[in-house]
Design a protein around this ligand. Structure first.
Ligand code: Q9C
Ligand code: ZN
Length: 343
């Protein structure tokens, strides 16, 4: 399997995130991507290629122009007033009220974000731009006939909406790739999100559409981030009714229970009959993950890859979460080789 990755994606390296009342070292670190690459290389998954640099057209199919411009310029503005820290939001809008975009940088940081876990620094922009380019190059390779491609997207994307960053995400790489498939002529694309956390950004982007099926298996939001979305009764909006499927699972979920949800997810994807499948691949379902509470082991990820291959679809894997750095390479490699072995 080909992998797409750019070293520019390593340049986003936050000093810290607000976690349970403390400023802790960022869980979403460049080391994650480096350790995945090391494992793919040592176990010979296949060639690792750099993304083709692209303009912003495909990003702007999903994200608002003003939000993209904000991400591109906010750190320079921050740096003038705070030369020694990352930009982190700390104030948000009141529930349900329409808000005007404030002039003030703290107001704008709150306007365009949903949490204080997602710092912005000098090289955030080149990293998130390269991550989106990685998704788009991998998407094109699948379009051109590769059975599967791994876009090692980092920073991840599934919590980002058209104009909100958070949950370590800035550009929704999976949504950008899904829209690119449609713009390249596909009629239906399915996104299978197997990150521990519900992909709230992806759901919001596509919930009123019937050309992208979004299926997500995740920790019950009653107990886990992102808390406010991902419930089973969210099934889509207007003409998107029936094209969102949430399969929340309780804390402590092991492979036996997870596998049944995955079967349900894959059956729904089969019925939808998409031309392409995008897998939002998070391995934070691993038992050793420091911020998550599922119980999957490394071998389970191989079975998971094999099961996903049974869908029989051209498949684009895009990286989302996974924070147990000692095992992240092995767990990702196991999904991808499990998939390949099933072919
Ligand atoms: N520091 C992904 O896996 N933080 N994002 C929760 C607060 C947010 C996870 C604890 C977790 C986001 C892509
Ligand atoms: Zn996650």
């Amino acid at each position: 399997m080909l992998t797409v990755f750019s070293t520019d994606q390593l340049r986003h390296a936050g000093r810290g995130e607000l976690h349970r009342g403390q400023l802790l070292p960022c869980f979403e670190s460049p080391k994650r991507a480096q350790l995945i690459l090391d494992e793919l290389e040592s176990r010979n998954l296949g060639e690792i290629i750099a993304p083709e640099p692209r303009g912003l057209e495909a990003v702007l199919r999903i994200h608002d122009a003003a939000y993209v411009d904000f991400l591109q310029t906010v750190f320079d503005r921050w740096h003038e007033i705070h030369p020694d820290s990352d930009a982190i939001p700390h104030t948000w809008n009141l529930r349900g009220t329409q808000s005007t975009l404030p002039q003030n940088i703290y107001g704008q940081l709150g306007y365009y974000s949903c949490d204080a876990s997602t710092p912005i620094m000098a090289d955030t922009w080149p990293a998130i731009k390269a991550s989106a380019d990685t998704a788009l190059t991998a998407q094109r390779l699948v379009l051109e006939g590769q059975r599967s491609v791994f876009g090692l997207t980092r920073p991840p994307g599934h919590h980002a909406t058209s104009d909100v960053f958070g949950g370590y995400c800035f550009f929704n790489n999976a949504a950008i790739a899904a829209q690119a498939f449609l713009d390249d002529g596909a009629e239906r694309v399915a996104i299978l999100d197997i990150d521990y956390h519900h992909g709230n950004g992806t759901q919001i982007i596509f919930e009123d559409r019937n050309d992208v099926l979004v299926v997500s298996i995740h920790a019950d939001p009653a107990e886990a981030y992102p808390y406010f979305m991902g419930y089973a009764n969210e099934t889509g909006v207007a003409s998107g009714k029936g094209f969102t499927l949430n399969l929340p699972l309780p804390e402590g979920t092991d492979w036996r229970r997870y596998q049944r949800a995955l079967e349900t997810a894959l059956a729904a994807i089969s019925r939808f009959a998409p031309e392409h499948l995008i897998v939002s691949l998070g391995v934070d379902t691993f038992a050793g993950d420091p911020i998550s509470r599922f119980q999957l082991n490394s071998n389970d990820f191989s079975i998971m890859g094999r099961q996903i291959a049974q869908a029989g679809l051209p498949t684009l894997f895009l990286m989302e979460g996974g924070y147990a750095v000692d095992d992240i390479g092995c767990n990702v490699m196991n999904v991808l080789t499990g998939f390949e072995e099933a072919l």
